[in-house]
Design a protein around this ligand. Sequence first.
Ligand SMILES: Cc1cc2nc3c(=O)[nH]c(=O)nc-3n(C[C@H](O)[C@H](O)[C@H](O)COP(=O)(O)OP(=O)(O)OC[C@H]3O[C@@H](n4cnc5c(N)ncnc54)[C@H](O)[C@@H]3O)c2cc1C
Length: 243
Amino acid sequence: MATCEAYATAIRGTSLADRRGMDPDSIVDVAIIGGGPAGLSAALLLGRCRRRVVVFDGGHHRNDESGAVHGFLTRDGVPPAALREIARNELRRYGAVHVEDRRVTDLARDRDGFVVTPDGGDHVRARRVLLATGLVDVHPPIAGAEALHGRLVLPCPYCDAWEKRDLPLAVYSHADDRGARYALLLAQWSSDLVFYPGRPAELSSEVREVLAARSITVDERPVERVDEAGGALELTLADGARR
Ligand SMILES: Cc1cc2nc3c(=O)[nH]c(=O)nc-3n(C[C@H](O)[C@H](O)[C@H](O)COP(=O)(O)OP(=O)(O)OC[C@H]3O[C@@H](n4cnc5c(N)ncnc54)[C@H](O)[C@@H]3O)c2cc1C
């Protein structure tokens, strides 16, 4: 702890460049904001191109709640944090690539490029900035959905549907043909499907026929809440019914 405090005192008021043993007036080639797979991939290529790079990782990643990454060649089934750790280890081969576990709070232009300021207040100057901040999921307006995101409420069938194959699946989506087509997409993983549009659906007769042919039920009752029950998802509908 004493060492950490001494370090914190020593670095106060200095720029990241100082701490990296760089000339404080120096400038890195690229500051990458985002330490997920996108930002780390960019850092790898830039490092191999002999660029001086700083990657900022704000600490939260879109798939943090997921148990494993799927569909990524050679890393199928690896936990997301382990994937990032492997990537960071690879970056260590390239001396001019550094990763900072800090969130960027300010980005400003200066004469040669940009001044990037992370939390903590010091800064790095960069000729270019690469934004790799990822996406933010918008959760459905259903109580409990956010808490189960990534485990039982899954936004990406290509990422996780194989693990749920042949199980009963609830598809919550748009109350029109787009939502119904999404339910039809899911039919390749399970034949036990219920489509919940959350309100009376406006479906074309053609799409209704295809749903019926696939035995996909459309349950138009609003979904009030979702809970975990015995490792599966339990839906509570507006009339109190549970599924
Ligand atoms: C539940 C779930 C499961 C998924 N499963 C898979 C899967 O199996 N296979 C697959 O290929 N994809 C999967 N995905 C999609 C997956 O999230 C992306 O493939 C991957 O995370 C995208 O990487 P990214 O670098 O674009 O974004 P992220 O991994 O989200 O990384 C964004 C980065 O930006 C940083 N950041 C944001 N703002 C700032 C800031 N101001 N300062 C500093 N840093 C900042 C974050 O901290 C983070 O480091 C899944 C998504 C979800 C939600």
